[in-house]
Design a protein. Structure first.
Length: 166
C-alpha cells in the first residue's frame, strides 16, 4: 500500500514513548512510597476509560484494550528496570516528584485521548508489509538507553499485523 504520512507513524510512536517517559516519574513515586508497581485496579480503570474512548472513535474496543494493556506492560518494564538500578545504587535521582494521584495519573489520562486519535490515524497501515520498517524508523533515536529501547519495542510490538502466509 501507499506509504503513510510521516506524522501517522511518528506521531503515534512519539506519544507511546512519551507515555514511557512518564513511567520514569511513576517509578520515582513508587521508590519513595514503597508501593508495588503493579496496581491492578488502576489498570482496569485505564482500560475501561480506553474502551469508552474507542467507542466514541469507532475503534474496536477489544483492540484498543489490548493496545493499552501493552502500554502498561511496557511501562512496568521501565519501572522494574529503574527500581532495580536504584536498588543497586542505593539511591534514586534527586529530581522533582510530581504526585502520582494528583499529577501523574491525570497526565496519563490526558495523553490517552491523543494516543487513541493517533492510533486511529495509524490503523490503515497496520496490515502493510512495510509496517515494521516504518515503526523501526520511527523508534530510531527516541530512547536514551537499552531499558527504554526495550520498553518502546514492547510498546510497539503489536502495532503491525503480519499477513498470514497462505
Ligand atoms: O499508575 C500507576 O501506578 C502505574 O504504575 C502506571 C501504570 C500505567 O502504565 O498506566 C502501570 C502499572 C500499574 O499497574 C498501573 C498503571
Amino acid at each position: 500500500g501507499p506509504a503513510p504520512s510521516p506524522e501517522a507513524v511518528q506521531g503515534l510512536v512519539n506519544t507511546l514513548n512519551e507515555r514511557l517517559n512518564i513511567g520514569d516519574l511513576v517509578a520515582l513515586t513508587k521508590w519513595d512510597s514503597g508501593k508495588p508497581i503493579q496496581d491492578s485496579p488502576r489498570e482496569a480503570q485505564v482500560i475501561d476509560n480506553a474502551r469508552k474512548l474507542a467507542a466514541e472513535r469507532k475503534l474496536d474496543p477489544e483492540d484498543v484494550a489490548q493496545l493499552i494493556a501493552a502500554q502498561m506492560e511496557a511501562n512496568k518494564l521501565v519501572q522494574y528496570g529503574l527500581l532495580a538500578q536504584w536498588q543497586a545504587a542505593g539511591a534514586a535521582p534527586d529530581t522533582p516528584r510530581p504526585d502520582l494521584g494528583q499529577q501523574i495519573r491525570p497526565r496519563l489520562d490526558e495523553l490517552q485521548t491523543r494516543l487513541l486519535q493517533q492510533y486511529a490515524d495509524f490503523t490503515p497501515y497496520r496490515h502493510d508489509r512495510n509496517c515494521p520498517a516504518w515503526l523501526a524508523k520511527a523508534r530510531t533515536g527516541l530512547t536514551r538507553d537499552a531499558l527504554h529501547d526495550l520498553a518502546l519495542t514492547r510498546a510497539t510490538g503489536e502495532l503491525c499485523i503480519r499477513p498470514l502466509v497462505p
